[in-house]
Design a protein around this ligand. Structure first.
Ligand SMILES: Nc1nc2c(ncn2[C@@H]2O[C@H](COP(=O)(O)OP(=O)(O)OP(=O)(O)O)[C@@H](O)[C@H]2O)c(=O)[nH]1
Ligand SMILES: [Mg+2]
Length: 682
């Protein structure tokens, strides 16, 4: 039985989330070591952690995908989902969150990371996921915890509830007082903290902080409020019950302290999770799962492992999943489970069937994707959640280093985007470029590394081609003629074309103004095709748009004329006519909406101006106090690597969306350079 009367609630699934580099992977390591799942605590520096075991994470010393690890504590199983902190990899966290019972938000006393914290708390608040704050790295604390909380509070919509206060030894934090337990602990490295007795000033501070905690709890508990007003000490069990209730009802965010590298505060965190975090029944209810016996699971991540084939990590929300369970997804069949595995980072260990609450890997299940709802009943259960990836912000053109790998590359793209739906691949039919879109520079770099390492297709990347086009400014009437006399059958086609500019955005129009059958009707489609052919590559090197071409005259030969001859005649007419029409370059202009913390808004304006941006205005971001939206029109060429500047000016949290608006003429030196570069490339 727990200290608040609630007992173990079976297997739990807990997400470790938080700003970039706050210590999530280290915390997972500390938890695994503390609960005996691993012998020794590894470090991120030495590359010995259970998390970040993939080649890309190790080499960049940061998490680039979720790590899942299961341990047990006081007889219950706990699966932790260590999520990457970088906003570029946030989709992995967003896809995993719906299935968890609670989240531990690992953060630091760092003002610069407050917007990131806010971003993550927003996700949790939106999904109604109970969460704790774990204030990590307090070995480096340079301010009072209460000041830190003041700093962090604006990031959270819910009140932060400090439930531990530090015991200072000079400039260092030596331990903590648990305000609910009313007990003081002195940290011991890698072993349980030692209980001590509080005296003097420390005791006074404890009383005051405890009172503040109770006051916050009393905001949602009238009985407790009365007790406080009448100066009655509430029973300890009542305080624990309130803590659990208000966490689960998402009225407060309890704050715990610790040092992940030294395993300080780990046991208290585990006990808080054990006693206060909801179990799978509540989570299933939150997701709207209907009670039933058929197996149902949420796939939080799929991996294509080097040896074991595909693995789908799933939280079982109902029923039992064993070898041979056949799953369906709302969009078709997911396949048969071939092996159920306990997950420890990149290590998978075959195990017995999994029951509701457990988080395991399902072998094979080829049809499952990250985020899928999979069910084993006769009829597929509709998707419990749909996590749409954020719009991509950066693109690279990708090419297999060796031609022979082209087919393999296509298959690798499929696996890559299945594992990480925040990556997308677009084939540009116009120039045959294959472009991969993602959430930032590191995201795309890791994607390219994965193609090379995980899928054995070495690739090269470069900036994608900007969608330049060209148009004309002057009308012209031109003759397009094709005549060939070679031996027997000749070729003859003769056309007179009137080429005229059209307003921006009109595209292309073809008009047949032939009278008297000077060009027989059946050849006219061939002329049009030839003209269209001639538009593919204008005199400046780009597709030609916004013009009309009328076939006004021509002649034919009863024997030598053919579709082919008229097709060529039409194309020749365009090739001769267009250069006389004062061709001009067109560049795509997009409407861009940047979101950023307000203190970065001035910087955004400067960035936009330096990139030929036309600022349309800025506004407060709706529903996001302390954030702005800046709107601008910008040339596609300038948007290319815009995200890199936006991120660096906003401590990683700024982002943008964009939408094509119009094509605009570009003249002068810049245009000359683009045209020259195009010629050089051809
Ligand atoms: N001093 C101190 N350093 C810590 C503590 N916890 C983690 N670190 C260090 O902080 C750095 C980042 O730790 P990680 O565990 O990789 O952080 P993370 O949150 O997983 O990082 P991402 O997943 O990339 O966002 C490493 O250098 C850790 O050694 C701590 O409690 N105290
Ligand atoms: Mg990490």
């Amino acid at each position: 039985m727990g200290q608040n009367g609630t007992g173990p609630k079976g297997p739990r699934c807990i997400a470790l989330v938080g700003p970039f580099q706050s210590g999530k992977t280290t915390l997972l390591e500390a938890i695994l070591a503390r609960t005996g799942a691993i012998q020794r605590q590894g470090t991120v520096e030495a590359g010995t952690t259970v998390g970040d075991a993939g080649k890309e994470a190790r080499s960049h010393k940061m998490s680039v995908e979720v790590t899942v690890a299961t341990t047990s504590f006081m007889g219950d199983s706990y699966t932790f989902i260590d999520c990457p902190g970088s906003i570029e990899f946030i989709h992995d966290m967003r896809a995993a969150l719906p299935a968890v019972d609670a989240a531990v938000v690992v953060c630091e006393a760092d003002e610069k990371k407050v917007p990131q914290l806010q971003l993550i708390l927003r996700e949790l608040e939106g999904l109604n996921i109970p969460h704790f704050l774990f204030l990590n790295k307090i070995d480096k604390a340079d301010k009072r915890v209460r000041e830190t909380l003041k700093l962090l509070q604006p990031a959270s919509r819910l009140p932060l509830l400090l439930r531990q206060i530090p015991i200072w030894n000079g400039e260092l934090i030596a331990g903590f007082v648990d305000l609910a337990l009313e007990r003081a602990f002195v940290y011991k490295e890698a072993s349980p903290s030692e209980v001590i007795e509080l005296k003097g000033q420390d005791l006074d501070r404890e009383k005051e902080a405890r009172f503040t905690m109770l006051e916050t709890l009393a905001d949602h508990d009238d009985e407790l409020m009365e007790q406080l007003l009448e100066d009655i000490q509430p029973p300890r069990d009542k305080v624990f019950d309130d803590l659990a209730k208000e966490l689960r009802e998402r009225q407060v965010v309890p704050v715990l302290l610790g040092v992940a590298t030294r395993q300080n505060g780990i046991l208290r965190l585990m006990k808080a999770l054990r006693h206060e975090a909801p179990g799978v029944a509540e989570t299933a209810a939150r997701l709207g799962v209907k009670a039933g016996n058929d197996a149902l699971a949420l796939v939080l991540k799929t991996f294509h492992t080097a040896h074991g084939g595909k693995m789908s990590i799933g939280r079982v929300l109902a029923g039992q999943v064993g070898d041979g369970t056949t799953f369906h997804t709302p969009h078709g069949d997911a396949g048969r489970v071939s092996g159920v595995f306990k997950v420890m980072g990149q290590h998978f260990e075959k195990r017995a069937p999994a029951t509701a609450g457990e988080t395991v890997a399902f072998g094979k299940l080829d049809g499952a994707k990250t985020g899928d709802t999979v069910s084993a009943g006769k009829q597929a259960v509709p998707a419990l959640v749909e996590v749409k990836p954020y719009a991509p912000v950066l693109a690279h053109a990708v090419q297999a280093k060796e031609r022979k790998d082209d087919v393999k590359l296509g298959a690798a793209f499929t696996k890559l985007t299945e594992e990480d739906p925040s990556l997308s691949v677009v084939h540009n039919a116009e120039n045959h470029e294959v472009v991969i879109w993602g959430q930032g520079e590191m995201h795309l770099r890791v994607a390219a590394e994965r193609l090379s390492d995980r899928y054995a297709v070495p690739v090269s990347t470069r900036a994608p081609t900007v969608g330049y086009k060209e148009t004309i400014r002057k009308p012209v009437t031109v003759r397009g003629r094709h005549k060939k006399q070679s031996g027997g059958h000749g070729q003859f086609g003769d056309t007179m074309l009137e080429i005229k500019p059209l307003p921006r955005g009109s595209g292309f129009k073809f008009e047949d103004r032939i009278t008297g059958g000077v060009v027989p009707r059946n050849y006219i489609p061939a002329v049009e095709e030839g003209v269209v052919d001639g538009l593919k590559h204008g005199p400046l090197g780009f597709p030609v748009v916004d013009l009309s071409v009328a076939l006004i005259d021509g002649s034919y030969h009863t024997v030598d004329s053919s579709d082919m001859a008229f097709h060529i005649a039409g194309r020749v007419g365009m090739q001769e006519g267009l250069p006389q029409c004062q061709p001009v370059l067109l560049e795509p202009i997009h409407e861009v909406e940047i979101v950023c913390p307000s203190e970065a808004t001035a910087k955004m304006n400067a960035i936009l101006s330096s990139r030929r941006g036309q600022i349309l205005g800025f506004d407060a971001r709706e529903g996001w106090p302390g954030w702005d939206v800046v709107k601008a029109q910008m040339a596609e060429a300038e948007i290319g690597d815009l995200i890199i500047e936006v991120r660096s000016a906003t401590a990683g949290v700024g982002s943008f969306t964009f939408k094509f608006d119009h094509m605009a003429e570009l003249t002068g030196r810049m245009a000359d350079q683009i045209i020259a570069a195009r010629r050089a490339a051809e």
